[in-house]
Design a protein around this ligand. Structure first.
Ligand code: AMP
Length: 450
């Protein structure tokens, strides 16, 4: 019997957990589950990777199963709002797993796919609905969904919701939910504005916090290379190629500030012989799913992502996170590097810092209390960089396109334009593999890491 049984969870849930191989609750599960089983509201500060999905899913499924009622048309008993499509799909998958021995239906709706099919699925009603806010409001406006029967409401990644401009959508949701309900509010960071938003949903909550606010993931080794923006692409390609060659890299996430930048980085990596895909809000849902599946399966070891697309993605075995540009919001750095070092593994984060990004670096180091260790440029960097093949020119079909209705596409890059060479500037060269880039005086320490 697992320690989960001490928490009083129903037997079918314990069986599902056993099948997943979970024996001990994580700290947030230990803190949250008893209070949630009593029906309390909850305000949770939790980073990704802490097990917060199960922390809210398990007690909620337990309560729904303990009080079975006939489903009502176009309604749900539990609503989970997530900022991004990928996270919504992931939460729904997890919940289906936990609910597999219960007679409870879990559905998921998000933008980028036809709405009619989703509306049809909701006709008879469902028990648990995981949704992104934009698509959920569309369904409500089309009379395909009502929130009048929600018993449990979960707002996940609240800080990201605010960043994405979902505040008005959330105010609408707050007005539509029944007054008598249980509400759970999760955020990785809890600045004043998020706490104020939370007060609109929760009453007398139990507060749980599993890591001090904005604590950098402890097991991530963090490095920075100071480099001109125009040279970043070459450095990234050389570093990743060397890491793949010496089998240090399992999977790597590369963060780009803009959607166009993400596409360009992926194309340059591909040209350098590195399998890479980009994932961002301008990609079709099918492309996003295919990229994530290939990354998860290990057939594509490098995923280039914007912050929005990457948020909450839970893929095991991400050994390296590269920040192609430093985020201008320091908290975002914590989220990015939290993609590695999940579930007890070690991870490495490498930031490429251009001269005009030094202020961002300072903010990050102030927030995390960690000084990033500088790695010098590899030996012969200029010569090796010059030998890297460039991608053939491809029309920038997804540049400057507007955002999607459900909002995860709205926040593009900031006003800063990077100065990396534009595609097609150089003639295509032959790919000549060379040894990994040297790392100068930090070689021993860094070799293990990068
Ligand atoms: P989350 O923070 O919800 O994204 O969860 C992070 C990862 O931890 C997911 O892969 C979960 O499947 C996994 N996980 C959650 N709870 C447990 C547990 N009690 N024991 C082992 N793994 C867990």
């Amino acid at each position: 019997m697992s320690y989960f049984s001490d928490l009083g969870l129903a037997e079918p849930i314990l069986r599902a957990l056993e099948a997943k191989g979970y024996s001990d609750p994580t700290p947030i599960q230990r803190q949250a589950i008893p209070a949630l089983m009593e029906g309390r509201d909850l305000m949770g500060i939790a980073q990704t990777g802490t097990g917060k999905t199960a922390a809210f899913a398990l007690p909620s499924l337990h309560r729904l199963a303990a009080n079975p009622i006939v489903k009502k048309p176009a309604s749900c008993r539990m609503l989970v709002l997530s900022p991004t499509r990928e996270l919504a799909a992931q939460i729904a998958d997890n919940m289906r797993g936990y609910a597999k021995h219960l007679n409870l239906q879990v559905d998921c709706v998000f933008g980028g796919v036809p709405i009619n099919k989703q509306a049809r699925r909701l006709v008879a009603g469902t028990d648990v609905l995981v949704a992104t806010p934009g698509r959920m409001l569309d369904l409500i406006d089309n009379r395909a969904l009502t929130l009048s029967r929600v018993e449990i409401f979960v707002l996940d990644e609240a800080d990201q919701m605010m960043d994405l401009g979902f505040i008005h959508a959330l105010k609408r949701v707050a007005a539509m939910l029944p007054a008598k309900r249980q509400s759970l509010f999760f955020s990785a960071t809890m600045p004043r504005s998020i706490e104020d938003l939370g007060r609109q949903f929760i009453h007398n909550p139990v507060k749980v916090e599993v890591a001090p606010q904005a604590t950098t993931a402890e097991r991530v080794e963090q490095y920075v290379t100071f480099i001109n923006q125009a040279e970043k692409q070459a450095l990234l390609s050389l570093r990743i190629r060397a890491l793949i060659a010496d089998k240090t890299l399992d999977r790597s996430l590369v963060f780009s500030r803009t959607k166009h930048g993400a596409d360009r980085i992926a194309r340059h990596l591909e040209a350098a012989g590195i399998e890479a895909r980009a994932i961002h809000g301008n990609k079709s849902q099918a492309q996003r799913t295919a990229a994530l599946d290939a990354f998860r399966a290990g057939t594509c070891p490098v995923l280039v992502a914007t912050d929005i697309a990457a948020r909450g993605i839970d893929v095991a075995g991400v050994s390296h996170v590269f920040n192609f540009e430093l985020p201008n919001v320091a908290e975002q750095y914590v989220h990015r590097i939290g993609r590695t070092a999940r579930a007890g593994a070690d991870g490495v984060a490498i930031s490429l810092c251009a001269p005009d990004e030094k202020a961002y670096l300072k903010d990050i180091e102030k927030l995390t209390g960690v000084k990033l260790m500088p790695i010098p440029l590899p030996e012969n960097f200029q010569a090796n960089a010059a030998n890297l093949p460039k991608p053939a020119h491809k029309p920038q079909d997804d540049e400057h396109r507007g955002g999607g209705r459900n909002g995860q596409d709205r926040r593009g890059g900031g006003p800063r334009r990077d100065a990396a060479p534009r595609d097609g500037d150089a003639p295509k060269r032959h790919f000549i593999p060379r040894g990994g880039p040297g790392v100068g005086q930090h070689r021993n320490k860094v070799r293990r890491a990068v």
